[in-house]
Design a protein around this ligand. Structure first.
Ligand SMILES: N[C@@H](CCC(=O)N[C@@H](CS)C(=O)NCC(=O)O)C(=O)O
Length: 211
């Protein structure tokens, strides 16, 4: 089989998840970095109607939405499974993925980290009101995730699954900014979980600093 391609922003948590899923499967891929506003060009909008990343291409197949990409990668290639086998464990992993998608990403990235990355407040500063509004929601979701992790190494079962690959990049981004770092100081098991992920070549190799 030929190598798949991932197109996206190197800094994107979703790109990190998709690329590390490929890495865990042991599938080499080409990475085509793009930067805004290239995601709004007709060429990219033809690949992704909402102009987001990642986009995945493989042997004539073009996919967007990280869950769909990861599901394809898991089914199409040999290598360790990205999802647990048992019905309850599988549902639990999918629940964590959905929590990351629905609650952690909107509060932790859109309403929090992006205020620092693209400041829109007065004098080009991060918008404090938006940040302050996001913090209780981030704290709440971190609490739920810490409870779900418990004293385990991984969210479900005895190895990394998509649940871990979704949460890890988001925890890493939160830790880059002061309030996120402080909240994570109260969630040491989530920090240790990120450290465990960073110990995996597949995850660390897909991290933004690695390009
Ligand atoms: N539901 C999408 C979300 C992807 C997403 O939000 N990507 C962000 C980067 S982390 C993006 O492309 N943002 C650019 C924009 O919205 O213009 C997925 O699962 O892939």
């Amino acid at each position: 089989m030929s190598k798949p391609t991932i197109i996206g922003f190197p800094q994107s948590t979703y790109v990190w998840t998709a690329r590390s899923a490929l890495g865990i499967k042991g599938v080499e891929h080409d990475f085509q970095p793009i930067a805004p506003p290239a995601n709004r060009t007709p060429e990219h909008l033809a690949r992704h109607p909402w102009g987001k990343v990642p986009v995945f291409e493989h042997e004539g197949l073009s996919l967007y939405e990280t869950t769909a990409i990861c599901e394809y990668v898991d089914a199409a290639f040999d290598g360790p499974g990205l999802m647990p086998k048992g019905a309850a464990e599988r549902a639990r992993a999918r629940q964590i993925v959905s929590i990351a998608d629905s609650y952690l990403y909107p509060a932790g990235v859109v309403r929090y980290a992006l205020q620092y990355i693209f400041p829109r407040g007065a004098d080009g500063q991060p918008d404090r009101k938006t940040i302050e509004g996001a913090l209780p929601d981030i704290e709440r979701v971190l609490g739920v995730l810490a409870d779900a992790l418990g004293d385990g190494d991984w969210f479900v079962g005895d190895g990394p699954t998509l649940a871990d690959l979704y949460v890890g990049p988001l925890v890493a981004v939160l830790g880059m900014f002061p309030e996120g770092k402080a909240l994570l100081g109260e969630a040491p098991t989530l920090q240790a979980h990120l450290g465990r992920l960073m110990g995996l070549d597949a995850f660390r190799g897909a991290a933004p600093s690695q390009g």
